[in-house]
Design a protein around this ligand. Sequence first.
Ligand code: AKB
Length: 323
Amino acid sequence: MEKDKMLVIGASGQIGIELVMQLRARFGVDQVVAADIRPAADPILTEGPYEILNVLNNQLLGEIIKKYNIKVVYHLAAMLSATGEQKPEMAWDLNMNSLFHVLEYAKKGWIDRIFWPSSIAVFGPTTPQTDTPQFTICEPTTVYGISKLAGERWGEYYHKRWGVDVRSLRYPGLIGHRSAPGGGTTDYAVDIFYKAIEDGKFESFLSKDSRLPMMYMEDAIKATIDITEAPSEQIKIRSAYNLAGISFTPEEIAAKIKEHLPHFEISYAPDFRQAIADSWPGSINDEHAQNDWGWKAKYDLDSMVKDMLLEISKKKDLTETIS
Ligand code: AKB
């Protein structure tokens, strides 16, 4: 039997690069087509098929789906929370219309399965802030959050009405060493590692006690592949699953980094992103993901910080600076 071919849209982004690598390692290099609006951000991406694709170009998307006989689409392209507030119309256009393109190809039967990420940005100031339940008040205040919430509703609608097999996770802030995030409110939690290693100091754009849900990239990739590969009947929620990893504040992560880099100093200069962070919960309850398809995060703050410092200093040939 021919194995399902996969397309990763947004392959040059923070999650895309790592997802393509993992999928190719598991299913074979030629099974996974990487696509992005820009040329490959990492040479590893062009070890297999790589296509330049603006996902708003619906015709080209269709041609790529046909050309490779794609059956599974991971649609990661989106404008995130901070950039979305600078360009609200563009964010809405990209985040919504690209999703419709993919949903429609599934409705027409060209593709069989879709993974599309939602985010903790669907929550807002009226959401319970601690151990946020799966089913709760969602009144997002950012255009990104509004687009993700609308996308969740549309995903569930396409599933119920036309049987489209769409699966989604509410990603927390994602932390990885292979590629930089772009335009998010949780990006500080990646930058802090580079600045700690390179400069010994970091200025946080969030206040010291802004607690946010985060996750190490290895866990996020595992969750993404696990939910997409799970038997359809296990996926009982077709909007998006809550997903929990590690919750911490800038002060707490700085203290952890200081255990390895004693001279590291953090300072705080909150900017417009503070209001976005303040509207999001501090921790997430993901028992539905645990019960339905067996989700469990592996990394805690200790192991994530150790791994990030080690991997970044290896890249920079600075391993001896980490204790
Ligand atoms: C962002 O900060 O916008 C993203 C997210 C939480 O979805 N990382």
